[in-house]
Design a protein around this ligand. Structure first.
Ligand SMILES: C[S@@+](CC[C@H](N)C(=O)[O-])C[C@H]1O[C@@H](n2cnc3c(N)ncnc32)[C@H](O)[C@@H]1O
Length: 359
């Protein structure tokens, strides 16, 4: 049996490392943002994955990985999947679908034919068919089409993905999915309490504080009592208030400190280092892309000045992502940071570059 995992396209290796750390299997990338691993029997690891996965949005059981060039092909593949282990006549089912590439049909068409294929299979073999319920199905079948590659799988997580967080009372207009925050934190080396004790984390464009809250949750509540807080900087007072509400709701008010101000002055906002504090300063951040708050030209200047400020603050490692990748690469290089990793990735629908840089 094969498990399939959904994550951010471009950072599949980072998510795969988390799966390996959790359950001892290393999935391989099968398509953009999709990784697959063969497992003898998935039963016991399902709960561990549901509870522990932070770098994937969902996972399930892969039923088909086939090449298709038409809707008829897709329907045929759906009719062949051995879905009876997961879907019985007493269940309802719904197909959820994604599509990337050039096709002469839309994603709704894809969902429709996959559903039709499953129904035809049941009619032919069992003389009856399960009900379709698109709103609240018992079983969710996922159809992901990447150009000619069709992946069909049964989702074991549900419509509310693993990235859902009840603490997100304040909805920032450009908030980051917690899954992405966790991928970036993993890239900087922040995976458990021990990391939190040797690193000092800063998000200088913190918005609603998703990265900081996720970091504090990984570190474990109690970090603040030993003075190991994570720091955020945010320019707009409305977002500072929103971040503060989310932090309180997440129960990490003692672990996260938000400074109202500019990322370009990060170095002057951080508290003096205490004698004996040997923690490595790291930045994990999602700066503005220049679409809403600032123009592309302004963004270039902001990246440049912010990177200079992080260098003055003694930051040793930066993990960030940018749509204007050349602008970020130049800003990092000019501030003396060497880029160790540069990955093309998809952030929502936006092509971005994820950087890991060190000084
Ligand atoms: C892409 S958003 C970050 C979203 C955040 N990761 C979250 O999950 O909510 C970028 C944030 O940077 C803030 N910002 C823009 N320019 C800034 C600057 N010069 N200094 C500090 N913050 C700034 C914006 O107000 C916005 O909240």
């Amino acid at each position: 049996m094969e498990l399939i995992f959904e994550t951010m396209a471009g950072l599949e290796d980072v998510a795969a490392a988390e799966v390996d750390a959790l359950v001892g299997i290393l999935p391989r990338t099968r398509a953009p943002g999709r990784m697959v691993a063969a497992v003898p029997a998935a039963g016991p690891m399902m709960e561990a994955l549901k509870v522990g996965l932070r770098c994937c949005s969902r996972f399930g059981v892969l039923l088909a990985d086939a090449e298709v060039t038409s809707l008829a092909d897709a329907q045929e593949v759906a009719a062949e999947i051995r879905i009876e282990r997961f879907l019985g006549l007493e269940h309802s089912f719904g197909v959820r679908y994604t599509r990337q590439g050039q096709h002469d049909f839309n994603r709704q068409d894809l969902g429709r034919v996959v559903g039709a294929g499953i129904i035809a299979r049941f009619r032919d073999r069992h003389g009856a068919r399960p009900e379709v319920d698109l709103d609240d199905p018992d079983v969710i079948v996922r159809a992901d089409l990447f150009q000619n590659q069709l992946l069909l799988w049964v989702d074991v997580v549900g419509d509310q993905d693993l990235s859902y967080r009840a603490y997100r009372e304040y909805a920032h207009m450009a908030s980051m999915r917690p899954m992405v925050a966790n991928l970036l934190l993993r890239l900087v080396g922040w995976t458990d309490t021990a990391d939190a004790l040797r690193l000092q984390l800063i998000d200088p464009f913190c918005g609603s504080a998703t990265i900081l809250i996720e970091a504090a949750l990984i570190a474990g509540v109690g970090l603040g009592r030993s003075g190991h807080v994570v720091h955020g900087v945010e320019r707009f007072p409305g977002h500072v208030l929103g971040a503060t509400a989310n932090i309180a709701r997440a129960g990490v008010a003692a672990e996260v400190v938000i400074h109202a101000g500019l990322a370009e002055a990060t170095d002057s906002m951080l508290p003096e280092r205490q004698p004996g504090d040997s923690r490595t300063r790291v930045v994990v951040t999602n700066p503005p892309f220049g679409r809403r708050v600032a123009s592309p030209r302004q963004v270039d200047a902001i990246y440049r000045a912010a990177a200079q400020s992080w260098a003055r603050a003694g930051v040793a490692r930066i993990v960030t992502l940018a749509e204007r990748s050349r602008s970020m690469a130049t800003a990092l290089a000019d501030a003396g940071f060497a880029v160790r990793r540069q990955s093309a990735a998809i952030y929502g629908q936006i092509p971005v570059t994820v950087f890991v840089a060190e000084r």
